[in-house]
Design a protein around this ligand. Sequence first.
Ligand code: AMP
Length: 602
Amino acid sequence: MPHDTPLISTIVGGLVLAFVLGTLAHRLRMPPLVGYLVAGVLAGPHTPGFVADQSLAPELAEIGVILLMFGVGLHFSLKDLLSVRGIAVPGAIVQIGFATLLGWGLGALMGWPTGGSLVFGLALSVASTVVLLKALQERRLIDSDRGRIAVGWLIVEDLAMVLALVLIPAAASIGGGEHATAEPLSAAISRLLGLDLGMGGIIVMTLVKVVIFVGVMLVFGGRLIPWTMHRIAHSGSRELFRLGVLAIALGVAFGASKLFGVSLALGAFFAGMVLAESELSQRAAQESLPLRDAFTVLFFVSVGMLFDPNILIDKPLPVFATVLIIVIGKSIAAFLIVRLFRKPVGTALTISASLGQIGEFSFILAALGVSLGLLPEEGRDLILAGALISIILNPLLFYACDRLRRVLERTKREEPIAANVPEPAKEPEPEEEENRQPTALRGHAIIVGYGRVGSIVGQNLKSSGTPFLVIEDSSNRIGELRDQGIEAISGNAASRELLDLANIAGARSLVIAIPNAFEACRVADQGRTINPSLLIVARAHSDAEVDELLEYGADTVIMGEREIAMGMVDRLAQVHHDSVRYEDEADTATIAVEDTPSPDKE
Ligand code: AMP
């Protein structure tokens, strides 16, 4: 067997190193992605030992970007996207402008030409899809208002970068960049057609292509893709379904970038979005998860590989200034813009934190700038260092924003009491802030999760007149609950803060109706610690989960599958009369269906 296998060694080396260092980071109570980045630095050419293939790693990382954006598209409808355009479009444009200005200023200070400084600024202005989505997913914010704004913002940035990638080479050739060798597709077409489009023409042509792509996806893709998926689902083959999901995500992304010049990420997002309306979207999301996670890890490894640690010693001040622009400059700009749109402080802080980093697009811009002779190599190195450091700092930024939000909310709540003056009339507070008021209920029931299970419990409590409230992390559900006049707190119930807002200390019972046992155990544990006399009823899906929940303080655990079986046995008993009974020995569900007696026996 030949031994030169760069693809295999890059995948294996990247994943193994990332696993080892990710686990180590986790043990040291740091986010695993710090481990992945360090794994990349170790696998890169600037450190001794194993060196992964430097051109393959970023390409593999792109697969992670595609699957990630496809997954986000699966949660997004066109309505969601349009509902945030009012803030996302101006927000992203103003922020890109501001960050570009800061980057250009730093470039000018470093003595770079104007073109190079502008490319540098642009590269600092665009956030990484992977980092942003991963952060939102980890905090279960994708489906929230702020999550939707952040994703909409990201899509606009993505579109702006598609334009930038087309315009920079054109501008460089017009402006006489030293080695203006790269030619954008639109310029090539116009040259072939004998047209001289100029800058305006190139912009229009690029936008027309994006519009055609979106139109094709919505009109044809919107029918063809769900239809294909339904056909495959009906074939009954899980393997084919999984393959179909991958083929659609990767195929549409690749085709879109080749045919219409849009980015791979944008192509994948639209492929996911046209599937989002179909009830198969949940399954599609599940099927693409494992591959998505593996390739996302490779994204971080590939970022680490590009980083040369020497720059920290050679140019500490410019590195510091670059990081400052990315982490502080961009965040402040985003915060102010979001507040200008009268969005809550919490929303503004989350959006600032999620955008305070850079990644894949910045590398592409930097590479383009260097190849066109616009950006000095030093600029590219600063961008790489800025990306690595800002990605490492991102979880800290989220943490700081979270703390700040809590402090601000607390002072806001205490203010009117301390000053003893009535609050001035003000705009009705948007949804997310409203949730933060503690409940006035006492002796009530708390339902965690209002899906298939929780909603049935809730309806029963409602008709029996029992006071209750709901903790739910899907903002759509929260909206529905409020419409029905049911008190609801939005967010992940595993957080202590939410349990306090639900007055768990004064509650009589807690119904944990969520499917995730890990989170359910955390809720049960906190509930029991805060209120030892609370009745805790929880939902489980296996015997191991039952044991675990009991151990964490639940009084009664209902195992879904066992109840389903009992329901089935009940139904069978109606037909088979007395011969069917339910046996539940040794704590596990055992179903016994006796032979149907022959008629002559009776
Ligand atoms: P179902 O499986 O249909 O009963 O739905 C479960 C519901 O619980 C969904 O509406 C989820 O949004 C919600 N949910 C899941 N995990 C949590 C959590 N940790 N905190 C609050 N709500 C949750």
